[in-house]
Design a protein around this ligand. Structure first.
Ligand SMILES: Nc1nc2c(ncn2[C@@H]2O[C@H](COP(=O)(O)OP(=O)(O)O)[C@@H](O)[C@H]2O)c(=O)[nH]1
Ligand SMILES: [Mg+2]
Length: 432
């Protein structure tokens, strides 16, 4: 079957690309342009309907089978990105016999089925397309470029050696098994399992890079929380007022820091109140505080108890800040930092501290990291098997190592399990 879809975004744009993939691709170009395309060479052509009415003037590129993204014959039409042109060309393609619209991720699925990439790379590509920040892009690209598989491959190599040691000891009778054989095997397995465990820890980092970090600003009313979120996000998203209890909803703003998506949350001031809306605001503030990666407590310099009755969580990820240093100090707190949002005092230090906290939370060191829940599950199972090998019975030990090898291989092994494929390819948009 030959499939087609718009591969660029819908709506108006300078250029739009419609992609066709499958055995009829070359014929499609011929039908719509009257030209015989040279492989992998952009050619300026008039694109016409089957009834010879011109649709647009644009570029056409033909990719022969195996030399394309999908591994099939591919035709690309680079047209002007107007709704009218896109619709007309799509309609025309629909009129050609043997063509049908592509489903979500179907071009990539063809690429996968044609052996152009393994399942892990498909997941990497999916993340790459969705990447919003620099760190997300870096991690996704590593997976797409197959760096993870290289690591798996080195473990497999070691486990196969370990298996060979065990298997050769099977040939001996139980009393005569040379201790050195089993010892070498045990050592090698231990070494490998330690590497796998280290890799396993990267999952949390990658999750943070993907899902981002939550920084929740907490404090009693009027300490400057709304002023702070406006400053941190560079936008006036929250109402700042002298009146206490102005903020009731949770406001949030997403920014990218060190390539990591960071969301700041402004909350209602935490205090006892008779006002229903304010009480609800308090409940919400406490709820989001529980989800916070970093709690930023903000108090006022000019009051005796800057944090009222709030119990400060002294976790090392959190920050205690006193605002309004321009006003006379009336408290005995020992915060991590004193600032004045009014006079821009020490705000650069505040940024530095926030950056440091983020750095502590997310390890963005280079090198592949676990890229999906699916990979993670296989890694966890592998560790479980390898840590519980029973060397008292060598044939069972051999079975276990084989099971571990199988588990790692599963990560990139070609599968036709539609359930797994559906989950992965449904993450894509139409046209990819
Ligand atoms: N003197 C002084 N006033 C500030 C400072 N930061 C904020 N304010 C004022 O404090 C009041 C309460 O600020 P707001 O951001 O609404 O506090 P929130 O209730 O914690 O959200 C407003 O009138 C702000 O202009 C500061 O550094 N110094
Ligand atoms: Mg407020």
């Amino acid at each position: 079957m030959t499939i087609y879809a718009l591969s660029t975004v819908e709506g108006q744009s300078g250029v739009a690309i419609i992609r066709v993939s499958g055995p009829l691709s070359k014929k499609v170009i011929n039908n719509l342009t009257g030209k015989e395309p040279k492989p992998r060479l952009a050619t300026l052509v008039k694109i016409k309907t089957l009834k010879n009415k011109i649709i647009d003037k644009g570029l056409v590129v033909y990719f022969p089978k195996k030399q394309s993204f999908t591994g099939e014959e591919v035709a690309e039409f680079h047209i002007h990105g107007s709704t009218a042109i896109i619709e007309t060309l799509l309609k025309e393609l629909g009129r050609i016999k043997g063509l049908r619209p592509a489903k979500q991720g179907e071009f990539t699925k063809q690429a996968y089925l044609n052996g152009k990439m393994n399942l892990l790379q498909v997941e990497g590509l999916s993340s790459l397309i969705q990447a919003e920040t620099e760190a997300q892009r870096e991690k996704a690209l590593e997976t797409y470029l197959n760096e993870n598989s290289k690591i798996h491959f080195s473990w497999l190599h070691e486990l196969k050696s370990a298996l060979a040691y065990i298997e050769s000891s099977i040939d001996f009778s139980e009393e005569d098994i040379p201790a050195s054989l089993l010892n070498s095997s045990k050592k090698l397995i231990k070494k490998t399992v330690n590497k796998i465990k280290k890799y396993e820890q990267s999952f949390e980092d990658n999750k943070r890079i993907k899902e981002g970090i939550k920084i929740v600003i907490l404090g009693i009313p009027n300490s400057g929380k709304s002023t702070l979120i406006n400053y941190l996000s560079g936008k006036k998203i929250a109402i700042v007022s002298r009146e206490a209890g102005t903020t009731r909803d949770i406001l949030n703003q997403k920014v990218s820091i060190r390539g990591i998506p960071v969301t700041f949350y402004d909350t209602a001031g935490l205090r006892k109140s008779k006002n229903d809306i304010e009480v609800e605001g308090n409940i919400r503030a406490q709820k989001i505080a529980k989800e916070a990666d970093i709690k930023l407590y903000l108090g006022s310099n000019n009051i005796k108890k800057p944090f009222g009755n709030i119990k400060i969580d002294k976790n090392k990820n959190n920050l205690v800040v006193i605002n309004k240093s321009d006003l006379k100090k009336k408290h005995k707190e020992k915060p991590n930092l004193t600032i004045s949002l009014k006079n821009n005092k020490s705000l650069d230090i505040l940024w530095k501290k926030i950056n440091q906290k983020i750095k502590n939370l997310v390890n963005t060191s280079s090198g592949p990291t676990i890229s999906s829940e699916r990979e993670y599950t296989h890694i966890i199972k592998t560790i479980g098997i390898l840590e519980n090998i029973n060397f008292n019975d060598v044939s069972i030990a051999a079975e276990d190592v084989r099971a571990a090898i199988n588990e790692i291989s599963e990560i990139t092994k070609k599968t036709d399990n539609e359930d797994i494929l559906d989950i992965i390819f449904n993450e894509f948009c139409i046209g990819k």
